[in-house]
Design a protein around this ligand. Structure first.
Ligand SMILES: [Zn+2]
Length: 249
C-alpha cells in the first residue's frame, strides 16, 4: 500500500471518476489486490469494505467523522469514530458459494458483490418506481445459482417469502461487514436509531477532498516557482507545506 505515491493516487482517483459509483471503490482497491480490478469487483461487499477500511487507515489515518440528521427534530449530529470501531472479526475469505436448507427447499447461492450493486443501481436509475421487493428479486436472480424444492427445480420468482427472508439473513451472517450500523442518540431530543455507515462512499469523498486540495497546492506552487506537476508531487508533504507557507505568507 505504501508503495503507491501521491501521483499514483491522483491517477487512481482520475480513473475512479470514469466508473459508475458502485464500482469506484473497486478502482481504489485494484492496485492493491493480486487479481486487480476484476478481483475487487468480485469481492463480497463486506470483504471489499474490510479492505476499504484498511485502505482508509493507511491513506488517511484511523480517525473518521460520521454525520447524521435526527429524524425526529432535525438536529445535525457528528460522531467521531475510529476505523477499529467499524471493523468486525471475520477476516476469513468468503467461500465462492454457499448452501441454504429451508423446509424442503435447497439453495446454492453466492454473496452479492460490487457488480451486483452496479447492476442494481443502474436498474433503479432506469426504473425509479421499483419497490424493495423487486430490487431484492433482482439480487436473488443474480446470486442464487440453483434452487430446488425436493428434486424439482424452482425459479427465483417462485421462491416463498419465508425462504427469501432466510436467504437475506444467511447472506448477512456470511458477510457481516457488508452492513455496519451505528447506534445513534440525539443529544437534543434523545431519539435513538441505527444509522447505516458506508465506508466506500466515505472513503471516496475523503479521497476527493484530498485530491482537490493536492491539485490546489500544485497550482499554487507551479504558478509561484514554475515547477512541473511531477516535481511538486515528488516533494515530501513536509517540504511541500514549507514552500506553501512561503508562497502564501
Ligand atoms: Zn432529535
Amino acid at each position: 500500500m505504501s508503495k503507491l505515491d501521491c501521483a499514483d493516487w491522483l491517477a487512481i482517483w482520475d480513473h475512479s471518476q470514469t466508473l459508475p459509483p458502485a464500482l469506484q471503490t473497486c478502482a481504489l482497491l485494484a492496485p492493491l489486490l493480486a487479481d486487480g480490478l476484476a478481483g475487487a469487483e468480485r469481492l463480497p461487499v463486506g470483504r471489499r469494505d474490510a479492505h476499504l477500511l484498511d485502505l482508509y487507515d493507511a491513506l488517511l489515518g484511523p480517525q473518521l467523522t460520521a454525520m447524521a440528521c435526527c429524524g425526529h427534530c432535525a438536529e445535525r449530529l457528528e460522531l467521531n469514530l475510529n476505523t477499529a470501531d467499524l471493523r468486525l472479526d471475520d477476516p476469513a475469505p468468503a467461500a465462492p458459494e454457499l448452501q441454504l436448507e429451508w423446509q424442503d427447499y435447497h439453495l446454492r447461492f453466492r454473496l452479492p458483490d460490487s457488480r451486483d450493486l452496479a447492476v442494481l443501481a443502474q436498474w433503479l436509475n432506469n426504473e425509479p418506481a421499483t419497490d424493495i421487493e423487486q430490487a431484492r428479486l433482482l439480487l436473488v436472480r443474480r446470486c442464487v445459482l440453483e434452487a430446488a424444492q425436493g428434486a424439482r427445480p424452482v425459479s427465483p420468482e417462485a421462491l416463498p417469502q419465508g425462504l427469501l427472508q432466510a436467504l437475506s439473513e444467511a447472506m448477512t451472517q456470511a458477510d457481516p461487514q457488508a452492513l455496519i450500523e451505528l447506534d445513534m442518540c440525539c443529544p437534543a431530543c434523545e431519539e435513538r436509531w441505527n444509522e447505516a455507515f458506508d465506508i466506500g462512499s466515505y472513503l471516496l469523498e475523503s479521497l476527493d477532498h484530498w485530491a482537490r486540495r493536492t491539485l490546489d497546492q500544485v497550482h499554487l506552487l507551479a504558478t509561484a516557482y514554475g515547477w512541473s506537476e511531477a516535481q511538486i508531487l515528488a516533494l515530501s508533504p513536509q517540504r511541500r507545506a514549507r514552500y506553501l507557507e512561503r508562497v502564501q505568507s
